[in-house]
Design a protein around this ligand. Structure first.
Ligand code: ADP
Length: 305
């Protein structure tokens, strides 16, 4: 649901327990100000979701885009942040390539896709052939800037398309967000992907990120003419891993020509192919996300008395 406009922001926050209200020992004016600015942006974001994968090319960005669109189509206020720094594909998946980013009052304005607010390093590249060469500490700084220096406003959900793997970059994402409310892990059925998804689950547990569940993408090919399913890769790997590691299995998305063409044409499949199996799985994930956050909120309300 659209957020209350008057909800609490750091600039007016009187909560002295907020870590950003006090200067840390040895902190310079600039560091203190930067931390306050980041905290004020995070304060306006109710739920922070990350989409992770053990490796690239499994459909992580496709899932992130369609989750964000589905949440937005359910009338939530949603932001989509692409921090897949070396392979930012969100602009292509939403048909927003070449869109300029404008600044206002010292902040970047997200590019809009209907009601969805989108930020991607892809918007800052002059050409799609440009490669971003950022070293480790710079990458962490860029991730921070994409939160602190962007006019996100009040959001019900921020969906973050994380870089693949379990290295420095996804770790920086979790650290910058301070609190991640849920991770959706995307995998494909092959053995090489399965090994990496276990690492992803372990990563989430180590950094204290609650796992919404695992999606198995590219799980069998459904012939658009006869409906026969051909298991190009072995299927069921995602479900087996979910069961053996004790995390929810959210569903299997088959290889669908409509999904591939929707991606290439910048048209999110949840909007353009509402009857597809892929859309069904995405909405199932959205329901689980809404449900788990609702129960967390109920817990908080009852704890507050
Ligand atoms: P990642 O973010 O993991 O690197 P992407 O989301 O960019 O992967 O997906 C790569 C490409 O794979 C997409 O552009 C899309 O064309 C294709 N793709 C993803 N999922 C499916 C699917 N279920 N069916 C058909 N094509 C898919």
């Amino acid at each position: 649901m659209k957020s209350d406009k008057g909800s609490k922001q750091c600039s007016t926050c009187k909560d002295s327990s907020c870590s950003a209200s006090k200067r840390r020992p040895g902190e310079t004016d600039e560091e203190f100000e930067a931390r306050r600015k980041l905290a004020s942006k995070l304060c306006g974001i109710k739920h922070r979701l990350v989409v992770l994968s053990g490796k690239g090319g499994v459909g992580k960005s496709t899932v992130a885009v369609n989750l964000a669109i589905a949440l937005s189509m359910k009338n939530h206020e949603v932001g989509l942040l692409d921090v897949d720094i070396h392979g930012p594909s969100i602009p292509t998946l939403l048909g927003l390539e070449g869109e300029p980013i404008y600044g206002e009052k010292g902040e970047l304005l997200p590019v809009k896709y209907n009601g969805l607010k989108v930020i991607s390093p892809g918007f800052l590249l002059h050409s799609q052939d440009d490669a971003v060469i950022w070293r480790g500490p710079m990458k962490a700084g860029v991730i921070k800037q994409f939160i602190a220096d962007v006019a996100w406003g009040e959001l019900d959900y921020l969906v973050v398309d994380s870089p693949p793997g379990t290295g420095d970059e996804p770790l920086s994402v979790c650290q910058v967000l301070e609190r991640v409310d849920g991770a959706v892990i995307v995998t494909t059925p092959q053995k090489v992907a399965a090994v990496d998804v276990r690492k992803c689950i372990t990563f989430c547990r180590k950094v204290g990120v609650p796992i919404v569940g695992v999606i198995e993408n590219m799980s069998g090919f459904v012939c658009p003419k006869c409906g026969e399913v051909t298991n190009i890769f072995k299927t069921g790997g995602g479900q087996q891993i979910s069961e053996s590691m004790g995390v929810p299995f959210l569903g299997a998305i088959p290889i669908e020509p409509n999904v591939a063409s929707a991606c290439d044409n910048g048209k999110p499949f949840v909007k353009y192919f509402p009857q597809s199996r892929a859309t069904e799985v995405i909405y199932k994930v959205v329901e689980q996300i809404e449900e788990s956050f609702k129960s967390k909120q109920n817990d908080l309300s009852s704890a507050a008395g």
